[in-house]
Write a protein that binds this ligand. Structure first.
Ligand code: ZN
Ligand code: ZN
Length: 461
């Protein structure tokens, strides 16, 4: 690990005393002093955090708590719960937070919770975890923490996300007690990410009210443990469902001119909509409508009076995603009108693309430079998968980063949503370091003089 010992941003009140763990009974932990002032304008990762102050405190915290966190994750892994059924998981998180003197608030549906740390009168930064598992069989055979619930497994790493936000929260609570937290951190443990919809429950319960910025990590088995994958702009994709219904008078196939040729019209809709859409939106948005089911008619010589087409809309771009329903409705009506049939569209929203805000990504980068090797930050591509963290970023700026969970040199092709998915547990400590440092970076940078204007690039719904 490299711990660049930069100076302090002028005008800041950086931590000048070690945290409670770093100062008292952890032998071998260097005492921390206020870092020397950096030259004016020499902003950078370490400067906001007071140079070497943070890393030894995190070292000390993890020396004490890493085993507990690994055990916590193993417990969750062995007892996975599906979306909106995460009662045991919710209870365990709440109990641990209460034991640390915090006051978690359970969401109205009984699963998921959020918890504030630090004073409410400044900037608030949210760290979000998802707590639900998948309806998959755990296929790992030789691990003691294999799922004990048939057909349910933590195959998307949400047990790790939960553990890392908990760990970061416990560390930040110590910082707050020592007067070293320059704002408020809200821990969000949301239910039902896979369902999806848990993010909307959090928001309906006021979970991001007063939050200035939100951060999340997602396990990535393509990246090695110790690495952090960052990307500015969209990092996950949208996937919506569309249901088209077409109706007409029906009649004999000998006289299509006296009725409305509904099957022909439906075929036109099925072929024209994807074509027209591809010429109406920026190709870089990769918006694609693909049908999965069509149905109409029952015999060869009768024109039916109704028919349906069902499909999905996938999209990599937030702007195109917002425009898609209205555009599709207009195109559908114009094609239907040409053949004198009635058409209706039911457009069911999935999740929006998660669009990472540039400043928030930079905060991840600055934090990573403090607490992991600088080579540890790697670029990551946009995924075609969906992630309901995107809902928060429709309202507030923030970023989702990919956390490496793969053991270097390990054989096999692990992937998310597979029964054999597992993590290199060393990633838990890395995640705690990154989340804690990112929250502190965001709080310190928010307190910088002249940084009070609205945040550029905030995605607004
Ligand atoms: Zn998943
Ligand atoms: Zn996931």
């Amino acid at each position: 690990m490299t711990h660049p010992g930069h100076g302090v941003m002028p005008g800041l009140e950086p931590p000048t005393a070690p945290g409670p763990e770093g100062s008292q009974d952890d032998a071998g932990v260097p005492a921390v002093s206020g870092a020397a002032a950096a030259p004016s304008g020499a902003g950078g990762a370490a400067s906001v955090l007071g140079g070497a102050a943070l890393q030894p405190q995190l070292d000390a915290f993890l020396t004490r708590h890493e085993d507990e966190l690994v055990a916590f994750r193993r417990d969750l892994h062995a007892h996975p719960e599906l979306g909106y059924a995460e009662h045991r998981t919710t209870r365990l998180i709440a109990e641990r937070l209460r034991a640390a003197g915090l006051e978690p608030r359970i969401l109205p549906r009984g699963t998921g919770l959020f918890c504030d740390i630090g004073p409410a009168d400044g900037t608030t930064v949210a760290l979000r975890a998802d707590i639900d598992a998948l309806p998959l069989q755990d296929e790992k055979e030789h691990v003691p923490y294999r799922s004990t619930v048939p057909g349910v497994a933590h195959a998307c790493g949400h047990d790790a996300h939960t553990t890392m936000v908990l760990g970061a929260g416990l560390f930040l609570a110590q910082q707050a007690e020592a007067g070293l937290l320059p704002g408020r951190v809200r821990l969000l443990f949301q239910p039902a990410e896979e369902t999806p919809g848990g993010a909307l429950d959090v928001m309906a319960a006021g979970g991001i009210a007063g939050v200035d910025r939100a951060f999340a990590l997602h396990c990535d088995p393509r990246i090695e443990v110790g690495q952090l994958g960052l990307r500015t702009g969209p990092i996950t994709a949208a996937c919506d469902k569309v249901y088209v219904k077409v109706t007409g008078p029906g009649g004999h196939t000998a006289r299509p001119h006296l009725t409305a040729d509904l099957v022909y019209a439906l075929a036109k809709i099925v072929t024209e909509l994807p074509s027209a859409l591809s010429r109406r939106v920026d190709p870089r948005s990769s918006l694609s409508l693909v049908w999965g089911r069509i149905s109409a008619g029952s015999v060869a010589n009768a024109i039916p009076d109704d028919g349906i087409a069902e499909g999905t809309v996938r999209c990599l771009d937030d702007d195109a995603w917002h425009r898609a329903p209205e555009m599709m409705k207009a195109l559908l009506q114009s094609v239907a009108a040409a053949y004198d049939v009635e058409a209706s569209l039911e457009y069911v929203r999935g999740v929006p693309p998660t669009v990472n805000e540039a400043t928030s990504v930079q905060m991840f980068r600055d934090a990573a430079a403090q607490v992991i090797d600088e080579e540890g930050v790697v670029p990551t591509p946009q995924s075609l998968g969906g992630e309901d963290f995107g809902w928060y970023l429709e309202s507030i700026p923030g970023a989702l980063a990919r956390l490496g969970v793969r053991t270097p040199g390990s054989p096999g092709e692990y992937d998310l949503h597979r029964g054999d998915f597992d993590i290199d547990e060393r990633c838990l400590a890395v995640g705690v370091r990154v989340l804690a440092a990112t929250a502190l970076t965001a709080l310190w940078e928010a307190g910088r003089p002249g940084d009070a204007e609205p945040i550029e690039g905030a995605a607004l719904a």
